[in-house]
Design a protein around this ligand. Structure first.
Ligand code: NAD
Ligand code: DAU
Length: 352
């Protein structure tokens, strides 16, 4: 038996593959296009490990997918592959449509074809897990209840809209063809191996280089934060026990404003890597993200009640581990912040 993971050289997919093989000997076929966000260094701990089979390719390549499915006959497919950065989707949505919508469609069709040819027992046991996001639900007002799985889809950004489209296709493939799919909606992840375009690693990277820490608008936007290992555990749980056709919210029960997050990071750096002056002096309020969602909050009660999952890390413990990881892994950060990264930061933040 084996599983096929797409996007397994990215932040969450990479953490998932490492986590999976730390908990199980079931092989992983890891299909990743290695965009700017994919990094084989993340998978270096698995060098020479016969349980990990990396394939460089695109989820929109139906022929490649067909070959991989026939060759490895996985019992499950987990789709992490995506363009994932909201700001990039605002600058240029093309890749988001190509991967998140067309790629997901191609994956669904190829998997459906494979699944329909499986013997009945394997067909019944097969699962496709679509890794979605809480952003498909849109933005909450300050006092509104957290998103439940019943919340209507109201995506705001091109990124969120492309993920919502993929979810709708996934739902339709279940409803129409009976494909046994599961959909997860997680809140903001943080932890090791996150590309420094996202808030937490960007702030750590800039602070250590004595560069400004950019906060969009008034910095009062609220996100729910979850340590990435807890997301991986939730996905293992949904894959093992989730009911086909169901959606599961995943969250850290931890709503914080961006300003609070950045102050927490500055305080940890002051303690663990003290500079000449407090890091918070580098905070700068910059132009807001167009269409910026004000607040996300996630009700993960269904996952806890039905499948028994809850996060192991608090924000205090998870963020400390994260800062320690970035301080100890300057090589990894260095390897992902060369050429094209500099082009992106210049375009998004101007020259510092
Ligand atoms: P990421 O950008 O770090 O990684 C994405 C990976 O997908 C990269 O390795 C990239 O090379 C690969 N990829 C991109 N296009 C591909 C294609 N066409 N074919 C094959 N591989 C391709 O993203 P992430 O933060 O790890 O997010 C992973 C998934 O989780 C995404 O689907 C995202 O929508 C979802 N998600 C992310 C968060 C978060 O906080 N980061 C929260 C909830 C859900
Ligand atoms: O909620 C889940 C989503 O979380 C995932 O689906 C996305 O893939 C993931 O990128 C993340 O989206 P966000 O837009 O919330 O993450 P980001 O780290 O880009 O931004 C977090 C918050 O910080 C958001 O309110 C924007 C703000 N921000 C971000 C950056 C990069 C800043 O204020 N300054 C910045 O420079």
């Amino acid at each position: 038996m084996s599983i096929l993971v797409t996007g397994g050289a990215g932040f969450i997919g990479g953490n998932f593959v490492l986590d999976w093989l730390a908990h199980s000997d079931e092989p992983v076929i890891n299909l990743d296009k290695l965009t700017y966000a994919g990094n084989l260094l993340t998978l270096q701990p698995l060098a020479g490990d016969a349980r990990h089979h990396f394939v460089h390719g695109d989820i929109a390549d139906g022929e490649l997918l067909r070959r991989l499915l026939q060759q490895h006959r996985p019992r499950a497919v987990l789709n992490f592959a995506a363009e994932s950065h909201v700001d990039r989707s605002i600058h240029g949505p093309d890749d988001f449509i190509a991967t998140n919508i067309v790629g997901s469609y191609r994956l669904l069709e190829t998997v459906r074809d494979y699944w329909q040819q499986l013997p009945p027992a394997e067909q019944a046991a097969f699962r496709l897990l679509q890794v979605s996001t809480d952003e498909v639900y849109g933005s909450l007002t300050p006092d509104a209840p957290a998103f439940s799985e019943q919340h209507r889809y109201q995506p705001s950004s091109p990124y969120a809209a492309s993920k919502a489209a993929a979810d709708q296709l996934t739902h339709a493939w279940h409803h129409t063809y009976g494909l046994p799919v599961l959909t997860s909606h997680c809140s903001n992840n943080y932890g090791p191996y996150q590309f420094p375009e996202k808030l937490i690693p960007l702030v750590l990277h800039n602070a250590l280089a004595d560069r400004p820490l950019p906060l969009y608008g008034d910095g009062q936007q609220v996100r729910d934060w979850l340590y990435v290992a807890d997301h991986c555990a939730a996905l293992r749980c949904v894959l093992a026990h989730g009911r086909p056709g169901e959606h599961y919210n995943v969250g850290g029960n931890c709503q914080l404003s961006n300003l609070e997050v950045v102050h927490t990071l500055c305080a940890l750096l002051d303690e663990l890597r003290p500079g000449a002056a407090p890091y918070a002096r580098l905070i700068r309020f910059v132009a807001d993200r167009p269409g910026h969602d004000r607040r996300y909050a996630i009700d993960a009660g269904k996952l806890q009640r039905e499948l028994g999952w809850q996060p192991a890390e608090s924000f205090a413990s998870g963020i400390r581990k994260t800062v320690q990881w970035y301080l100890a892994n300057a090589d990894w950060v260095q390897s992902v912040t060369s050429g094209s990264y500099l082009d992106w930061t210049r375009r998004q933040y101007g020259a510092h």
